[in-house]
Design a protein around this ligand. Structure first.
Ligand code: THU
Length: 159
């Protein structure tokens, strides 16, 4: 029997349609993207995380000459957050990616490994994390939880 899995997301028309805190997250993700360490792919990604105490943590992708040793912006940022604010809930995660010297307006979704890592923190804090992803200009896609982006996700309940 064929079945369907429905995922939900919101397409926000443009930066102007974001609220004040969302604009701040967008701006901070953009800023840190400018100093991403991505000399091999030249694909630069910035991430901004909003904590429930109002603090904003930012990070970018960090590449390595031994390519698999590098890390995406989302995991750089969420692991730093997990290490330094272990008791503070994460409310929102905003990610912006694009080739360094190109214009792009198609929202860049988190890679599969980052989705799995973000899911772990949702499970840990027993609360959803709103995910926003964008590129330079254009629409911003938003989901209420990483689960929307990771159907059939594997978590500790299976262990
Ligand atoms: N990258 C991210 O930072 N986040 C993603 O979700 C997708 C990919 C980075 C990894 C690598 O440094 C570059 O983008 C090209 O794959």
């Amino acid at each position: 029997m064929e079945k369907q899995y429905k995922i939900n997301f919101e397409a926000i028309e443009s930066y102007e349609h974001l609220d004040a805190i969302e604009k701040t997250l967008y701006d901070k993700a953009m800023q840190i993207r400018n100093v991403a360490y991505a000399p091999y792919s030249n694909f630069t990604v910035g991430c901004a995380i909003l904590l429930e105490n109002g603090e904003i943590i930012t990070g970018s992708n960090q590449e390595n000459a031994a390519y698999p040793s590098g890390l995406c912006a989302e995991r750089t940022t969420i692991f730093y957050t997990g290490a330094n604010f272990p008791e503070v809930k994460i409310k929102k995660l905003f990610v912006i990616g694009a080739p360094r010297n190109a214009t792009s307006s198609i929202p860049i979704p988190p890679c599969g490994a980052c989705r799995q890592s973000i899911l772990e923190y949702e499970a840990k804090q027993k609360d959803e994390i709103e995910i926003y992803f964008a590129s330079l200009g254009g629409e911003i896609f938003k989901t209420k939880s990483i689960r929307e982006l990771l159907p059939f996700s594997f978590d500790a309940s299976y262990l």
